[in-house]
Design a protein around this ligand. Structure first.
Ligand SMILES: [Zn+2]
Length: 208
């Protein structure tokens, strides 16, 4: 065998080895990845996170993040209802590694923060009620037991129209009362969050 003949198969082998390695490594790279959304329960911003993990570990070698305002973030900024803060990110949900479902603490407060109806609901509260009423609803938006209760009231009341403030307040009282009954039926005991005036989002860890 001449040296020239020997050289060709070796380089071919090297190329084959390289591609075989890629076939093994590439699926591992994509499999060991976390892809999830988080929410900050102070300003209602959302964050998308991708963690690229060292295979068979939970250690990321690269993390991609992107923060986005939600409609509620803009409404809170308009009303000056956000204090200076460090974002406190709570995982809502996502996938990884592979097809594993990720569900985090944020899933229980997300309904009161990222549902589209929440921002117009806050606008109506500000327009037609007093700071104490606003504080009542703000304290519950980020409450793990009551976030969904706020979402239901917001989704209903923002589809209706009101002749004046009294009509809105009357409807709010009625919706609150019927949804509260459902809330108590669901949980048995409902833990009431602290309220703060002027209104702020007040995240509380679950008390159950
Ligand atoms: Zn924040």
């Amino acid at each position: 065998m001449t040296p020239a003949n020997e050289k060709f198969p070796r380089s071919l082998l090297a190329i084959m080895a390289f591609f075989s390695l890629l076939v093994i490594i590439l699926p591992l790279v994509f499999w060991f990845r976390l892809d999830y959304y988080e929410v900050c329960p102070t300003c209602a911003r959302e964050r998308e996170v991708q963690d690229w993990l060292i295979p068979f570990t939970r250690t990321p070698y690269y993390t991609y993040t992107q923060i986005e305002d939600t409609p509620l973030t803009a409404e809170l900024a308009k009303l000056h209802y956000v204090d200076q803060h460090q974002h406190h990110w709570l995982i809502i949900r996502g996938v990884g590694p592979g097809n594993d479902e990720i569900i985090g603490e944020g899933v229980r407060v997300a309904p009161g923060l990222i549902t589209p109806a929440i921002a117009p609901f806050v606008e109506l509260l500000h327009k037609y009620t007093d700071p104490e009423t606003e504080a009542y609803w703000f304290a519950r938006m980020t409450h793990p037991q009551q976030s969904d209760f706020v979402r239901k009231v917001a989704e209903q009341i923002t589809t209706e129209s009101f002749a004046d403030g009294e009509a809105f307040r009357e409807r709010l009282r009625a919706l609150k009362s019927s949804e509260r009954r459902l809330l108590i039926a669901r949980w048995g005991r409902v833990y009431e969050p602290q309220e703060r005036t002027p209104p702020r989002l007040l995240y509380q860890r679950t008390s159950r």
